[in-house]
Design a protein around this ligand. Structure first.
Ligand SMILES: [Zn+2]
Length: 569
């Protein structure tokens, strides 16, 4: 057996999104080069959108009939037909999938609709476990038992849905309009949930208790990122921020403005020495939106701070398309961006004020994918939930944007909230994240409003509430480093022995990381897990995630091999 779970798709296609989803969910998998002898090599196979040859069709049929689990994304009729599912030839453009909570595959703590983009194929046959909308008679995900195995047909365009929601271009030149998320669905991290729905097919379809890398270190179930944009704040302002952060022991990322920098080199270094991360806040409003200009501003920020900067957020959330800023960041060695996610409504009569939400579909970070060759751009987006100016400034505030010639839009840009009202809104997001969505919220608290005492009480309350509730708080660099190190951790030689009901594998990382969290199902056929690390039994936390019980355990990770054994005896 090569692996329990395998993936087969063609390089240079949008199917890379499937692999990104499996990586984000932390499942062990291998990528296959060919589809022969599947039944001897793997137990579950995810198949990208390929046109299988006759011999491949034969291989896939034998695999499922002998007990394999096959997940096929928008299969053509030749493929689906051998598993009793017929493509009607009709399609649905965009729309939704509907989760009714009627089966265990749908168990993601959410009932209702999720947005989808691209063309869904309309199939008949099999059992609809997730429905399409508006074509409600048809399945978004269809299951059929064939021989000893199961096929799942994913009828909607999984990859296009992610690419459309996560990496929109802006028409006006700022991230305010770079969202396809419906305002009514913005409280829900739709794509985080859609990844979980997808891997549920594997976890529920397979008779093997697969381990997962959990999202957060230390067994935490939700995460908050804190930072803010300098926007020319002087030392007086920054000193107030330093004291506030010390007072509540909170991490923070300061995105510094190199084109507007009243702080001396010594002052920036002093700020950095208090533990505040220094990142860059390039200003392209009034300066050309070019790679040259970005390079010059980055260079100045690094000289001013004496620090190798790894993260960026554009001033005024300047944003055009995926092939400019993310590609510049990658080229100049930066690792993360945190510009997307803040959506503003157009100013017109009857339009509601702006709201905070998951406007790029989720809270978990994601790598940009190049839209032409579908390669990963090595820049991690850490999406914003809200920029705090929106919270405090008056509800009749508008913002007219004209960064791109001949394009002008006016947005509603204020909510006019008290600090208490803002905290109550934020608290709801924290509670939902902790209790059912297990995701990240990133808050942009500008030093200016903290110093002005317009936001300091709200900030303190968020920190205090999060600590009391057991929500992890990080700065952007810490989160980037953790997420990347987590991905670098490989599972080696994973085996499942059904006779001894024992799962064994090696985990091996690259960099040293503390308290990386893993999980495995708490029970297998009614018997509880025992977890051993390097042959020593270890304690674990019992956690309920959606409706399932898991054993959560943590271990420090590094280049050395760690042997894990999970036994259900
Ligand atoms: Zn700014």
């Amino acid at each position: 057996m090569d692996s329990v779970l395998a993936l087969y798709y063609k390089d240079g296609t949008k199917d890379i999104i499937i692999e990104e989803a499996i990586k984000a969910e932390g499942l062990p998998y291998t990528r296959l080069e060919a589809l022969d002898n599947l039944e001897e090599r793997v137990k579950a196979l995810i198949l990208g959108e390929i046109s299988p040859s006759s011999s491949q069709l034969g291989n896939l049929k034998t695999f499922v009939e002998s007990g394999g689990v096959l997940i096929a994304i928008r299969p053509n009729n030749r493929l689906s037909k051998i598993f009793g599912i017929e493509d009607t030839g009709q399609v649905q453009k965009d729309g939704y999938i509907i989760l009714k909570g009627e089966n265990s595959y749908e168990d993601i703590s959410y009932k209702g609709k999720l947005q989808i983009f691209g063309f869904s194929k309309l199939y008949v046959g099999g059992e609809n476990i997730v429905h399409l909308s508006p074509s409600e008679r048809f399945g978004g995900i269809i299951k059929n038992q064939v021989g000893k195995g199961i096929i799942f047909v994913v009828a909607y365009d999984f990859s296009t849905t992610f690419l459309t929601i996560q990496q929109q271009n802006s028409q006006v030149g700022r991230a305010y309009d770079a969202s396809m998320v419906e305002v009514e669905l913005s409280d829900v991290p739709q794509l985080d949930l859609m990844r979980r729905l997808f891997v549920n097919l594997i976890l529920e379809g397979l008779d093997v208790p697969l381990p997962k890398k959990w999202y957060f270190p230390g067994g935490y179930k939700a995460l908050i990122l804190l930072g803010g944009d300098q926007d020319g704040a002087n030392y007086n302002v920054m000193n107030a921020v330093i004291n506030l952060l010390k007072g509540c022991a909170a991490p923070y990322t300061l995105f510094i403005t190199p084109r507007d920098q009243p702080l001396s080199h010594d002052e920036i270094r002093e700020i950095s020495q208090t533990g505040i991360e220094i990142a860059v806040h390039p200003n392209f409003v009034g300066y050309p939106f070019t790679e040259e200009e970005f390079k010059a501003q980055l260079k100045k920020a690094e000289e001013d701070s004496g620090i190798r900067i790894i993260g960026s957020r554009n001033h005024c959330l300047r944003w055009e398309k995926i092939t400019d800023m993310p590609v510049w960041l990658e080229k100049h060695g930066l690792q993360y961006d945190s510009t997307l996610g803040c959506n503003l409504p157009i100013d017109k009569p009857g339009e509601n004020p702006p709201k905070l939400g998951y406007f790029v579909g989720g809270g978990l970070p994601f790598f940009f994918i190049h839209p032409e060759n579908f390669r990963r751009i090595d820049v991690l987006e850490e999406p914003l939930l809200v920029s705090d100016d929106m919270l405090w400034l008056s509800s009749d505030r508008t913002l007219t944007v004209n960064d791109i010639p001949n394009v002008i839009k006016t947005f509603k840009a204020g909510m006019g909230l008290s600090q208490e009202k803002a905290f109550q809104l934020i608290k709801r997001f924290i509670d939902d994240s902790l209790e059912k969505y297990y995701t990240v919220q990133s808050y942009d608290f500008h030093p200016f409003y903290l110093w002005k005492r317009m936001s300091d009480r709200c900030f303190r309350k968020i920190v205090k509430y999060s600590k009391n509730k057991g929500v992890l708080i990080m700065n952007h660099r810490e989160w980037n480093n953790y997420w990347r190190s987590r991905e670098e951790v490989r599972y080696v030689n994973l085996t499942w022995n059904p006779l001894t009901k024992t799962l064994e594998f090696i985990i091996q990382g690259k960099k040293k990381v503390k308290d990386m969290t893993f999980l495995a199902p708490l029970l297998y056929k009614g018997t509880k897990a025992k977890v051993y690390i390097n042959d020593v039994p270890v304690a674990f936390k019992k956690e309920r995630i959606c409706q399932r019980l898991y054993a959560f355990f943590t271990t420090d990770i590094g280049p050395e091999k760690i042997r894990v054994k999970i036994s259900y005896q």
